[in-house]
Design a protein around this ligand. Structure first.
Ligand code: HEC
Length: 140
């Protein structure tokens, strides 16, 4: 009887040690998983501040591209379905927005001007990068 109790106690000790190891293993997995997640979100998330970009977008870009970037027929193109936005780096999009895409540009698809900086020359590069983070987040 005493022997059984000893075996049982040992069993409990071993099991609880295994459980502790299991827990430790999960923590290690979590820690290992974190850095692998970061790079995939980094290009869009770390460079610009999408929350700030949303406000700037509302005042400068929404008139042509729609309040939620869904596009306005006969004006700006939608960002929800744009293949162009995800195909460009932040640097390329920054250059694009600063230049715009006039109707004289062979790449223009609508026959409507995309004005430089959306017609708001006061926007800084940093603000445009915030706007880029926001319009990237609209892609569905
Ligand atoms: C006066 C209207 C107008 C405003 C304001 C405007 N856009 Fe545009 N935008 C356009 C038009 C029109 C096009 C499509 C040009 C074409 O035919 O290729 C366009 C295209 C774009 C594209 C390329 C989309 C694609 O899929 O090819 C981006 C990116 C863009 N605009 C960003 C912005 C940003 C950011 C702002 C605010 C800073 C802004 N636009 C403000 C009219 C506007």
């Amino acid at each position: 009887m005493r022997r059984n109790l000893l075996v049982l106690t040992l069993l409990i000790v071993v099991l609880s040690m295994l459980a502790a190891c299991g827990g430790g293993g999960t923590d290690a997995d979590d820690a290992a998983a974190a850095p692998t997640v970061a790079p995939t979100t980094a290009p869009a998330a770390t460079v610009g501040d999408a929350a700030k970009g949303k406000e700037l977008f509302a005042t400068t870009c929404a008139a042509c591209h729609g309040p939620n970037g869904e596009g306005v027929t006969g004006l700006g193109k939608p960002f929800t379905t744009s293949d162009f936005v995800p195909s460009q780096s932040d640097e390329q999009l920054l250059a694009f927005i600063k230049t715009g895409r006039p109707t004289s540009d062979p790449a223009n698809t609508t026959g409507v001007d995309m004005p430089p900086k959306g017609g708001n020359p006061a926007l800084t590069d940093a603000q445009l990068v915030d706007i880029i983070a926001y319009i990237r987040s609209l892609h569905q």
